[in-house]
Ligand binder design. Structure first.
Ligand code: SAM
Length: 336
């Protein structure tokens, strides 16, 4: 039943049946994950990046970016403040570089774990199995690394520094170590066809991921793909259909309502996603003074709110939907 042809037929759902597709995705979510919405506070702790992904606003070659790295103490304090505000997971995300060394990051993880017991997710790109093992020993619970596209040729075109195989090998390393593993993809990279989108969904299922994050590609003017529109620019409903089909194909994965949806559908993207298959929300808790420097794409929401306002917004949104905020760390729902 869960074939690529079936995924394609669901992605081709016409406008008269699309609400039924969303209702089905919402029911699958409710049945497999329950009503809880888990909050994961994301700290974008550095925009220094050695990679040169052609879609990304913080790519190494973008000289317009003012680079920053949040000092270790401030990262730990931010995590501890989030814990006091009721957050149970922090996600530490940054560009791919040694600007914060593996050891320094290990110490940050250790301190957050010892001082708060928070669940810790890392998202800092391709690393060796040895490094992942070290961070796991420090207290890392989860890792997010999108494969971005399942099409090896398209992957090669948008990433200078690594191949799709290398990225998938990182995901396999994480899985071998028993780290809860998240991946996902960009929807609508220039050159993507519907076939590739269906393959992306199939690859998520094949990898049996604990968490899956997807979001529309948004052209950033200071990147090589800046003047290329999203492949579904004329049918933005496809972004929501992709998430609904993803949920139907991956019932027990944690699926966040990602920020990029709010950039495309201001004030309602993430809200709608939580009603169309998503069960996780990731408020941005990066200290406000750094936010505008972590501009992966234009119109990124939440650039001026304080950490506290972002958390309050998230809590209001979840309440408005009549759903409870998940208690506890919200670990993987997969039983292996
Ligand atoms: N360096 C780490 C990595 O690549 O996994 C983490 C940071 S990276 C900036 C986080 C994610 O941002 C990427 O996985 C990518 O999907 C997303 N992203 C980057 N540029 C984007 C754009 N122009 N539109 C939408 N999402 C984008």
């Amino acid at each position: 039943m869960f074939t690529k042809e079936y995924a394609l037929s669901l992605l081709n759902t016409g406008s008269t049946e699309v609400e039924a597709l969303y209702r089905r995705a919402d029911e699958v979510r409710k049945h497999a994950c329950g009503e809880d919405v888990f909050l994961r506070g994301i700290i974008e702790f550095s925009n220094i990046c050695a990679a040169d992904c052609t879609y990304c606003g913080i790519r190494a070659s973008n000289r317009e970016v003012e680079r920053f790295k949040i000092p270790s103490d401030e990262i730990v304090e931010t995590a501890l403040a989030a814990k006091s505000a009721g957050i149970t997971t922090v996600v530490l995300q940054a560009g791919e570089s040694q600007a914060v060394s593996d050891q320094e990051l290990g110490q940050i993880i250790r301190r957050i774990k010892e001082e708060s017991g928070l669940a810790i997710t890392l998202s800092v790109g391709n690393r060796s199995e040895q490094t992942y093992r070290y961070w796991q020993a420090c207290g890392m619970d989860r890792y997010l690394l999108r494969f971005e596209t399942s099409d090896a040729e398209l992957f090669g075109r948008v990433h200078g520094s690594c191949s799709l195989d290398e990225r998938l090998e990182c995901l396999r390393s994480l899985r071998r170590l028993g780290v809860q593993t998240g991946s996902g993809f960009l929807i609508g990279l220039p050159g993507e066809r519907l076939e590739i989108l269906a393959d992306n969904i199939m690859l998520c299922r094949e990898l049996d991921l604990d968490m899956i994050g997807i979001g529309p590609f948004i052209p950033h003017p200071h990147t090589p793909l800046g003047s290329f529109p999203n492949a579904y620019a004329d049918q933005p409903e496809m972004f929501f259909k992709a998430l609904a089909v993803l949920r139907i194909f991956n019932p027990t994965a944690h699926i966040p309502a990602t920020t990029a949806f709010d950039a495309v559908f201001p004030d309602k993207g993430r809200d709608l996603l939580l009603q169309r298959g998503a069960n996780v929300f990731m408020p941005n808790i990066t200290p406000a003074k750094y936010r505008s420097m972590y501009l992966l794409y234009p119109n990124k929401p939440g650039l001026v709110e304080s950490e506290c306002e972002c958390l309050q917004c998230a809590a209001h949104l979840v309440k408005r939907l009549g759903r409870p905020i998940g208690k506890g760390p919200g670990h993987t729902l997969k039983r292996r």
